[in-house]
Design a protein around this ligand. Structure first.
Ligand SMILES: Nc1ncnc2c1ncn2[C@@H]1O[C@H](COP(=O)(O)OP(=O)(O)OP(=O)(O)O)[C@@H](O)[C@H]1O
Length: 242
């Protein structure tokens, strides 16, 4: 199988700091990949490079066989790379429906109709369980529902790769269970890359886990392999699960 996305020697410096340092990475189509690692390990910088939100200092990014290293973010969105954190800041004064209508309209480049927008919006709201909140102002949604609305906005772009940055942060336990179900559902027709600090979520959801430390990949493997990895325990898991 050919990877959906690869990086070669991907690096990003901030002044003298190598936030991402020579990363070789490959993501297979259809997988759910979690990125974990201590604070400041370079996780957000890495996914920001993939989405085009920031530019690499050196290295290369290939998506579906095309070199996208120099491609602006909006073109990557058209290719199917959606980064919720970047694209989908929820507008508090718009309804859930109108928030999702924004990315739906972006996907309908030629000849959009009201009916097409409506069905695209409702499909994304239904998948995230927000259909009955369509008319609610985003500001009046619970925090958990606002996070789900971000996912709905990402889904509305019909991504082939959906990148989620700490999607369960601030969710209640019951909402986390629903979120796990939702991501499994999304992964039936997309590849999912998520940065996640909640270890039970990572262990349940991920097919494979990539561990970042000091801008580099420290380890990669199945949840079982990562749990058993001494270096990972020392650098990260030990610190959070004493
Ligand atoms: N725009 C920036 N300017 C300067 N330094 C930055 C910038 N963005 C990130 N950094 C630095 O790069 C390093 C990696 O940060 P990054 O946010 O990618 O880590 P992270 O693994 O996502 O951390 P966290 O889990 O805390 O979100 C950190 O030392 C951070 O301070």
């Amino acid at each position: 199988m050919t990877p959906l996305l690869t990086t070669k020697g991907l690096s990003r410096n901030f002044g003298g700091l190598r936030a991402v340092d020579g990363v070789d990475f490959a993501l297979m189509p259809g997988e759910i990949r979690a990125i974990i690692g201590p604070n400041g390990a370079g996780k957000t910088t890495f996914v920001s490079l993939l989405s085009g939100r920031i530019r690499p200092s050196s290295g290369m990014i290939v998506f579906d066989g095309a070199d996208i290293t120099a491609m602006p973010a909006y073109k990557r969105v058209r290719l199917g790379v959606a980064y919720t954190f970047q694209i989908t800041s929820v507008f508090a004064n718009l309804t859930a429906f109108d928030n999702v209508a924004l990315p739906v309209q972006r996907t309908l480049t030629d000849g959009r109709s009201k009916g097409q927008v409506r069905s695209g919006v409702m499909a994304a709201l239904e998948r995230t369980g927000l259909a009955d909140r369509a008319g609610t102002l985003a500001a009046h949604l619970s925090y958990g529902h606002q996070r789900l609305l971000e996912v709905a906005m990402g889904l509305a772009l019909k991504p082939r790769l959906l990148i989620l940055d700490e999607p369960t942060q601030g969710l209640a336990d019951g909402e986390i269970d629903n979120f796990i179900t939702l991501v499994r559902e999304i992964a039936k027709d997309a590849t999912v890359l998520l940065i996640e600090h909640n270890m039970p979520v990572v262990m349940q959801l991920a097919n494979r886990i990539t561990v970042f430390n000091s801008g580099k990949i420290l380890a990669e493997g199945t949840p079982g392999e990562i749990r058993a990895n001494r270096q990972v325990q020392d650098a990260y898991l030990g610190a959070t699960h004493g």
